[in-house]
Design a binder for this molecule. Sequence first.
Ligand code: IVH
Length: 652
Amino acid sequence: MLCYCHMNHEQYTALIAQLNHHVTRYYTQDQPEISDAQYDHLYREALAYEQAHPLLVHPDSPTHKIGGQAIEKFTPFTHTHPLPSLGNIFSEDELMAFWDRIHKALPDQQVTFAIEPKMDGLAVSIHYENGLLVAGATRGDGKTGENVTHNIRTIKSLPHRLTQPVTIEVRGEVFLRRSVFNTTLKNSFANPRNAAAGSLRQLDPKIAASRNLDIFLYQGLYPGIETHHEMLHFLETLGLPVVPQRSLAPTLADIQAACTAIYDNKKENDWEIDGAVIKVDRFDDQQALGFTAKAPRWATAYKFETEQAVTQLEDILIQVGRTGVLTPVAALTPVKVSGVMVSRATLHNIEEIHRKGIGIGDQVLVQRAGEVIPEVLYTVQKAPHPTPFTMPTHCPICQTPVIQVEDLVALRCPNPLCPAQVKGQLQHFVSRKAMDVEGIGEAIIDQLVSLNLVKIPADLYRLNAQDWESLERMGPQSAQNILSALAKSKTPGLGRFIYALGISLVGEKTADVLAEHYLTLENFEAATLDSLIRCPDIGEKTAGLIYSTLQAPGFQAALSALKAVPISPVSPTPAPETPISGKRFLITGTLSRPRPEIEAELKSRGAKIASSVSPKLDYLIVGDNPGSKLAKAQALGIQVLTEPEFELLTFK
Ligand code: IVH
């Protein structure tokens, strides 16, 4: 073995201080100054000295944290003060009810709330006496837990000695970082929470140590401090790792904004969270509100709905979209996902079905994220006798033989008069984000197409009151409403109109880019392939598709008919030239005003809002408790602005 015994004791003591500094930078502040390899090198130097001089081992040495003896069995630990659980809320209505309850109980009082992420791990209580870690226990039933001090001591981010010799109980959540789980434990445990639980309940601390557990604290029991946020700040000054992304909210809107910010940042974290916790900030208010039998009245967990569920794939249906593309759709045994019943989910295309090995009759995992269409992620249990599935050779709606789309895995029905395409185009044309014609739903479009009253969008404008009234369940009033909605839709913004035309790959954003680039419908119709490629944010493939659509006789006829109605799109007014025109911004953390408000102001000044940190980003605006975006932006050398700096730059 290499001998580092050239070190004297003074140098060794300095090395321990240095190592502990780097441990804090890495685990508590998330801002390492040296690489893992450099850290390991220093660590091994300390270890070598300790092996050569076992009697001189420093009590604060980080090498200690993986020591300890295995225990025979867990001993019960009676909590000095019980660890309550939290009530749950799931919706804005329930949040309002919580707010009302608090304000009824504390009338005429300005109540401030502390908001923080709800960590998805295991609750523990940890005791320090005169600044030294003496005990750690699981929550158990709230009154009695298990003594897991030997494993708690292996958590590198948790100091064995505080910066002050205080006696204090702290509480928090033990968890495993996603990165750790994914690299070492994914095959042994279902999720990071189970892996953390399994690791914390190891009898041998060496195993727990090898799992790299982590902790964030969210509560402290210590006299003389008046508010929760000051308590957490105090824990930080003691050198303890405290839950990040905290904020204070005096109004209901602020609470909502803080919870939304926590939710939006969910995927950025290296740990799992399952909601936000809302706590009354002042301890005297907390005391006045007290507890119910199970939980405090002064706090609640605003839980994110689960976004995934398992159900049976009953059949695979084929849907023909407005551009004729055939999409396999899962017919599911209805199941609740994020509070909504789901019975259909997309399977994308046949290649995905084969790649994921999904078969009819399987138990599948379904996901619904935000407003996106639900999708089938993968099979969790194969059907005993799976029914094989193949894509059809003919359009299931009009029986035309299907063709393979160039460059794509998709199959397409090439018949522009296929009722599925006609209906899809019409539905898209009247939809809210397109021409926004109220009152024309799916059932009405079905009738219009079946009765041969409408083939192209312009036909909608030719129908008179009598035509509309001839439809099933349509009274004179509804017919009048539709006629006036259609009349109102005749002067759309150019971006909306281009979007309404339903060109493949042209979503709202691309349509706006085209409108801003060409300014008039005539210019857009005459676009050359070259000019399309030169449009900002439009790739070659999209440009090619737009160009060939513009040249297609069917498309030209439908467009001419719309112009003859007449539909007169309104040119976009160019955004004023400002110092931030065209610059890309992203916001992270909590600012003094709601995020959407700031984003709208930025947009009105010609700036763009980016969706993630990338080299294309110009500025990252950083509020309180920023997430990992900050480190990413710094690594890429992107300019970071605090809120006052940003106000100066943009709104002077
Ligand atoms: S405060 C009296 N804050 O959630 C208040 N709990 O469902 C006690 N949890 O047992 C809890 N993150 O394990 C609090 N920021 C946070 C939390 C948090 C996670 C857990 C904790 C508790 C459970 C209740």
